[in-house]
Design a protein around this ligand. Structure first.
Ligand code: SF4
Length: 391
């Protein structure tokens, strides 16, 4: 089965105020050694399995664009040595405005990178400052221009909505300014107040107002209408793209198909096993300098701190809730039956009926889809497939 490959780069220059990702702002001297550890982890995986086919490689973080093109090349070469990377592989990189220039994009395009995701987050100076982002709008414009001049044809821009003090007009302005840059793809995320972040502290102590979930829902609806009018296809709850630009790597997750997770704190799912790696870069690197002291099975590596077998029930639930996230593809009942050997309705008939009655899902031919209204409360839909049905 074709796999995806996720590579985590846990380094940033500064921590954004809303960020709870596994990333570190004081470890840049580690970067070169960390790249060596990534090479070792992939080399180790290759000893456990015949070269698995890999059709997407995704550099996420953190800030992958803090790696030099030479370091990215070393990682890609290790991936090609360790796995059977397909000729049409999608290679994506998350990049931060202000950390990249035309030469950087050009070098990466020459290495085969063919999809870039630029972390714009906002077009408003005060919001960027509130987020603690290191870039301004000029950096964003320059980043887009540099990417295009380097020949990037699949450029995604990220924005955050539901932000303290953000009005519908301000959101519409950010969205329009981003659309004026001519992206191929957009990811729009509702602000989440994660535990332990600076922004969560600021909201808790009244330094910032709490985000308003009803207003965030209005922003989401406004964006959905605006993007549809401009020819973007919404293919996932938070993702829109022009035809041919959908992120194949993320589609692998949403189709509940296998992926390898390499790097500090990375998660993977393959061989019906979910794995989690050591979080701190130092621990991750240390583990990969020593031979394993126990027998490991694919996709475990010496960096793995948790390997959890996925039982049928969990796998089925994950296929359902990930599949329902896919707005235009939906959850295929035929694929479900083929994968698990029984009809979804035979096990979850009551839940499906209740959700249809509530106009939260609809069926078209052999596929189930979230209704537009349900996209805003998708967790309520997904919960129905855990435990006893509601109603
Ligand atoms: S750049 Fe991204 S990963 Fe780094 S601190 Fe900001 S949000 Fe987190």
């Amino acid at each position: 089965m074709t796999h995806s490959l996720y590579i985590h780069i846990p380094f940033c220059r500064e921590r954004c105020t809303y960020c709870a990702f596994n990333t570190y702002t004081d470890r840049s001297p580690l970067i070169d050694g960390y790249v060596g550890a990534l090479e070792n982890e992939m080399t180790f995986l290759a000893t456990l399995s015949d070269k698995v086919p890999v059709h997407t490689v995704y550099f996420g973080g953190g800030t992958p664009s803090l790696l030099s093109p030479v370091q990215i090349e070393r990682i890609l070469q290790a991936a090609r040595r360790s796995f059977s990377v397909t000729d049409d592989v999608e290679i994506s990189l998350e990049v931060n405005p202000g950390t990249v220039d035309k030469e950087y994009f050009t070098a990466l395009v020459q290495l085969g990178a063919n999809r870039f995701s630029l972390g714009v987050q906002s077009a408003q100076a005060d919001e960027l400052m509130m987020f603690g982002r290191l870039h301004d709008w000029v950096d964003v414009e320059r980043g887009v221009s540099d990417a295009r001049q380097a020949g990037v044809t699949n450029l995604s821009l990220d924005l955050i909505y539901g932000v303290p003090n953000q009005t519908l007009d301000i959101w519409q302005d950010s969205l329009q300014r981003v659309l004026d840059l001519g992206p191929d793809h957009l990811s729009l995320y509702a602000l989440g107040l994660e535990s332990g972040t600076e922004m969560t502290r600021q909201v808790k102590y009244g330094e910032l107002p709490s985000p308003d979930p009803d207003l965030a829902a209005d922003m989401y609806e406004l964006a959905s209408e605006c993007l549809a009018a401009q020819g973007f296809i919404q293919y996932e709850i938070s993702n829109w793209g022009k035809p041919g630009t959908f992120c194949q790597h993320n589609l692998q997750y949403w189709r509940n198909l296998p992926y390898l997770g390499i790097g500090a704190g990375a998660h993977g799912y393959a061989n019906r096993t979910r794995i989690v790696n050591a979080m701190r870069p130092e621990d991750y690197m240390q583990r990969l300098t020593e031979p394993p002291n126990m027998t490991l099975y694919f996709p475990q590596t010496p960096a793995t701190i948790k390997a959890e077998p996925i039982n049928d029930e969990t796998d089925q639930f994950e296929s359902i809730f990930m599949g329902l996230r896919l707005i235009n593809e939906g959850l295929s009942l035929a694929t479900f039956e083929e994968r698990y050997g029984f009809r979804l309705e035979d096990k979850y008939g009551e839940q499906v009926k209740w959700l249809k009655d509530k106009n939260l899902i609809i069926q078209k031919e052999d596929r189930l889809f979230l209704t537009p209204h349900a996209r805003l409360i998708s967790n309520l839909v997904f919960e129905q497939f855990v435990g006893e049905p509601a109603g």
